[in-house]
Design a protein around this ligand. Structure first.
Ligand SMILES: Nc1ncnc2c1ncn2[C@@H]1O[C@H](COP(=O)(O)OP(=O)(O)O)[C@@H](O)[C@H]1O
Ligand SMILES: [Mg+2]
Length: 317
C-alpha cells in the first residue's frame, strides 16, 4: 500500500504564560490511500495538536512529516500551497466553519480560487461535489446562506468544501460531535463513501470509541501526548492491552467478545498524572502499576497481529 502521509516521532511543546506544555510528546503514524486511521483519547491528550501538525497548521517542535513521498516538515508559505490543496481538514463545528454572509456557491468557489483552479472549471467541480455530498438538485441549495440550512446539511457543505480541491488526505477532528445523533451516521457514511470512491487517506480524531469503531480500520490511543497503544480497531477494542485502553473501552457501551479481563477502574483525573520525566506517564492512575513503571518509560513495543503497546505489563524483558 502506498502511504499518503507518514509522520515520525512528532512532538509539540507550547510555552504560554510562563508554563511549558508538552502537548504532543511522541506520535508516529502512517496512513495509506483508502485507509482510515483513528486517534482516540480523553480531552487534552493532544489529538487536535497532532491533527494540526499533520496538516502543517502547527509547526512540530520535533519529528518529521512525509507527504506523498516529500518531506514537508519545514516547508512554509507559498511552498505549502500544493500541500494545502491535497490535505484538508473537516471542521468540528459546521456553524463556525462557514462565513454566514457567503452563499453555498461562494463557499465552494472560494477554495477553488485560492488553489488556482481555472474559473471555467468551477461550475462543474461544484456540481460534482454537491452530488457527492447528496445535496441535490444543487440548484436548490447553492444560492442559500448557512442560516437557511440545518446542522446536518451544513456539515455536508463543510465536507464538500474539504473535498472540492481534490485532497488525498482528509483529517476530521470530532467531525460529528456537534450534530444530533440522528444525522451522525449519514455524515459518517458520506465520508466513508468519498474515501472509498476517491481512495482518500483519512484520519479521524475523536474521544468516542464507538465512532472510531464504526469508521476506522486502525486506531491509535493517546495518553498525555504519546501513543500508548495501537492496532486494528476491532481487535484493539475487543482485546485492549494497555490499562488505559481497557478503562476507555470499559467506559463505553461497545459490544465486547472477551469477558475474562475485568475492566480496570482508573484512578483520579488527567491532572493527577505525573509530569513528563522517567517512568510511565499513566502510572499514578494505573491500578496495575508496579516498581518498574516509576523508573522506566515503557517504549511502544510491537506485538503480534500489527498490535503495539507501551506498557511494562506482560513485557517479557
Ligand atoms: N496554542 C496552545 N498554547 C498552549 N497550550 C496549548 C495550545 N494548544 C493546545 N494546548 C495544550 O496542549 C494540550 C493538548 O491539547 P489538544 O491538542 O487540544 O488536546 P485534545 O484535542 O486531545 O483535547 C492541552 O493541555 C492544551 O491545553
Ligand atoms: Mg481536540
Amino acid at each position: 500500500m502506498s502511504q499518503v502521509i507518514s509522520a515520525q516521532n512528532l512532538g509539540k511543546t507550547f510555552h504560554a504564560h510562563g508554563r511549558t506544555v508538552h502537548a504532543v510528546r511522541d506520535v508516529s503514524l502512517s496512513v495509506a490511500a483508502g485507509e482510515a486511521v483513528g486517534i482516540v483519547g480523553e480531552s487534552g491528550c493532544g489529538k487536535t495538536t497532532t491533527a494540526r501538525m499533520l496538516l502543517r497548521l502547527e509547526d512540530p517542535t520535533a519529528g518529521r512529516i512525509v507527504f506523498e513521498g516529500e518531506d514537508i516538515t519545514h516547508r512554509r508559505g507559498a511552498a505549502l500551497l500544493p500541500f494545502r490543496a491535497r490535505a484538508q481538514l473537516v471542521f468540528q463545528n459546521p456553524f463556525d466553519a462557514l462565513n454566514p454572509r457567503f452563499t453555498i456557491r461562494r463557499a465552494l468557489a472560494e477554495p477553488l480560487a485560492n488553489f488556482g483552479v481555472p474559473r471555467a472549471e468551477h461550475a462543474g467541480r461544484i456540481e460534482a461535489v454537491m452530488q457527492r455530498v447528496r445535496l441535490t438538485p444543487s440548484a436548490s441549495w447553492l444560492d442559500r446562506h448557512p442560516h437557511e440550512l440545518s446542522g446536518g446539511q451544513l456539515q455536508r457543505v463543510v465536507l464538500a468544501r474539504a473535498l472540492i480541491p481534490g485532497p488525498r488526505l482528509i483529517v476530521a477532528d470530532e467531525p460529528v460531535s456537534m450534530l444530533d445523533v440522528s444525522v451522525r451516521a449519514g455524515i459518517l457514511n458520506l465520508l466513508r463513501a468519498a474515501r472509498d470512491e476517491l481512495g482518500l487517506a483519512a484520519v479521524y480524531i475523536s474521544h468516542d470509541l464507538a465512532l472510531i469503531r464504526y469508521v476506522c480500520e486502525r486506531t491509535l490511543v493517546m495518553y498525555l501526548g504519546a501513543v500508548v497503544e495501537e492496532g486494528p480497531t476491532v481487535d484493539l477494542i475487543e482485546r485492549p492491552h494497555h490499562p488505559y485502553t481497557r478503562a476507555l473501552v470499559a467506559a463505553v457501551p461497545v459490544p465486547r467478545i472477551e469477558q475474562d479481563r475485568a475492566p480496570l477502574p482508573i484512578k483520579g483525573a488527567l491532572s493527577d498524572a505525573p509530569l513528563v520525566g522517567p517512568g510511565c506517564a499513566f502510572r499514578d492512575r494505573c491500578p496495575a502499576a508496579f516498581g518498574r513503571c516509576a523508573v522506566e518509560t515503557p517504549p511502544l513495543r510491537e506485538l503480534s497481529g500489527r498490535r503495539k503497546v507501551a506498557c511494562h505489563l506482560g513485557d517479557p524483558a
